[in-house]
Design a protein around this ligand. Structure first.
Ligand SMILES: [Zn+2]
Ligand SMILES: [Zn+2]
Length: 549
């Protein structure tokens, strides 16, 4: 990429899903089982529109809810409700992002130091968070063999070429367990340690303390971008290798984040303790080869291939570009190889220590930020930082993110499943977004047998804790049904209103109601805790901040 092609910053909008199900909307709006106080309509002037966002932020309710209108078909009564946006990004909605982060911390805590085997989860992927920010729970790639990204079906031919340049890893018998071993100290104390590990990517050139290249012209932006784009595969491979060498089914809760220089790194809570020597051996031996056609030299920059019935052709000669499968079959060498850097941080962690909890906070701390915004506030970006981000973003914009990426046309190859209208530089893949800087997939990677629960179950758990506390204190828990998910009884018509169809006063009133509901929850929950404490016994865990709607 040359300097003159640097384009204005990309801000690709990704369509977002709503943060709540239809059943949620109906429950909320119908006030199912809710006291008369709650059903009372909020006065339209309850909150000045210009204060709505700030008030919502202070109260911890969604600052940009979607407004739903629900009509009771029997009475004709209509009611508007605020549906939380469910974003995981602080810059979009601090309240929803904070709730999502706390949920992740809860999930991390639940699985880290298990002493009994968790239930084996169902094979189905039933655990996707209904948010648009790409943090689905991961499959942990339990499979024994390398996946082939060429999608070209020539895996067998290549397999003999693999792993020639890496040291052999020790292979130990696999025990059928996911929990860590115990160790007995000389004084008889028994420990069951786990680990907190950080893995990084290699250097692309010297950087200053501010994380910007000392000499941008000698910083390897292309490699930095490619490594980021294929980082998730490298991480998958690492866990597979680690399992073979550790001798048990190692489980992890990991987050992918940016270092100050904007290279990705991985923090992971790992269940059980693995000798550092083994860890480092696996780290050094792990690599991921990208079996894609070469894409180091752009072929079509100003002239672009043209779509015909046969596929994309050269605009001047009319010659058909090689089809994806043919281009893959012709590969002799991987287009790119990703490896970890030499830096790592491997620490033993004992359950129940302050350090263990601190680590969980650290693991989840930056999940509310995008990769590019991790260390910077976009509004006051120093020029050198801005230039560094822009340069890396530019590289990510033009490299192919997947076999079906439109950017293949730039390198003279038909994208897999090519179709009309593909333009290099305009692929919708997330990896190209300026805020993601190459990371196209998940920020949180959780192995399947981390806690034996899905994220949805963790969510339900927290609601259950609140409910149990209320019940114990003699408050009817059915009055607090916001988090339950059940079907509609067909008595309600509902409609989600586009923002343009909601006037400011209605919008503000809906937010006011959400704030009031949350505050009532909190009061009742606090009262319930006090009452329960007064009746003896320890107080229930303080989770109201996470569970209130
Ligand atoms: Zn929100
Ligand atoms: Zn793409």
């Amino acid at each position: 990429m040359t300097a003159e092609t640097v384009a204005p910053r990309l801000r690709t909008a990704v369509p977002r899903q709503m943060g709540a199900s239809m059943a949620d909307v109906v429950n909320r709006a119908s006030g199912r089982g809710v006291d008369a106080e709650r059903r009372r309509a909020i006065a339209p002037d309850a909150l000045a529109p210009e204060l709505a966002r700030a008030a919502a932020e202070v109260a911890g309710v969604c600052v940009r809810p979607v407004i739903g209108k629900v009509t009771d078909t029997s009475s004709g009564d209509t009611r508007t409700v605020a549906i939380p946006c469910g974003s995981t990004r602080e810059s979009r909605c601090p309240s929803c992002a904070d709730r999502a982060r706390r949920l992740r911390m809860h999930q991390c805590r639940e699985g880290w130091h298990l002493t009994d085997e968790p239930e084996r989860p169902l094979p189905e992927r039933v655990d996707l968070l209904p948010d648009g920010d790409g943090e689905e729970q991961a499959d942990d790639g339990d499979g024994e063999d390398e996946a082939d990204d060429g999608d070209g079906g020539s895996r067998r031919v290549r397999s003999t070429r693999r792993r020639r340049d890496v040291p052999d890893l020790p292979r130990v018998p696999m025990e059928d367990r996911t929990v860590g071993r115990t160790f007995e100290a000389p004084n008889g104390t028994v420990y069951r340690p786990s680990m907190f590990v950080t893995l990084t990517l290699p250097s692309y050139g010297r950087v200053t303390a501010e994380g910007v290249p000392v000499d941008p012209s000698r910083y390897d932006y292309r490699r930095a971008a490619l490594d980021a784009m294929h980082f998730a595969k490298l991480v998958d491979r690492f866990w597979q290798n680690l399992r073979r060498c550790a001798g048990y089914r190692v489980q992890y809760f990991a987050s992918v984040e940016a270092q100050r220089r904007l290279a990705l790194h991985l923090h992971a809570a790992v269940r059980g303790a693995i000798p550092r020597r083994i860890f480092r051996q696996v780290r050094a031996a792990t690599y991921h080869q990208v079996w894609w056609p070469a894409h180091d030299t752009p072929v079509y920059v100003d002239r672009l291939p043209v779509w015909t019935d046969a596929g994309y052709v050269d605009p001047d000669t009319g010659e058909l570009l090689p089809a994806w499968d043919d281009a893959v079959d012709a590969i002799d060498d991987p287009a790119h190889v990703v490896r970890f850097g030499e830096q790592d941080d491997l620490r033993g962690v004992n359950p129940g220590t302050p350090g263990a909890d601190r680590d969980i906070g650290y693991l989840c701390k930056y999940l509310v930020k995008s990769i590019a915004d991790t260390y910077d506030d976009d509004s006051e970006l120093p020029p050198a930082r801005a230039a560094h981000i822009d340069r890396l973003a530019e590289e990510c914009r033009w490299l192919p993110c997947s076999p079906g990426c439109a950017n293949w046309l730039r390198f003279g190859v038909q994208p897999k499943d090519a179709e009309p209208g593909m333009t290099p530089g305009h692929c919708k893949g997330r990896a190209h977004d300026r805020e993601n800087l190459g990371l196209g997939g998940r920020r949180v990677l959780v192995s399947r047998q981390w806690s034996g629960k899905t994220l949805a179950a963790h969510k339900a758990d927290r609601a259950a804790v609140v409910r149990a506390a209320l019940e114990e204190a003699g408050v009817d828990p059915d009055d607090h049904d916001e988090l339950s998910i059940s079907g509609s009884d067909g008595r309600w018509d509902w409609e989600v209103l586009g923002r343009s169809r909601v006037d400011e006063a209605t919008y503000a009133a809906a937010i006011a109601e959400a704030i009031e509901t949350r505050q009532r929850w909190r009061r009742e929950y606090e009262a319930a805790r006090e009452l329960t404490a007064a009746r003896a016994g320890p107080a229930p865990p303080p989770v109201i901040g996470e569970a209130a709607a």
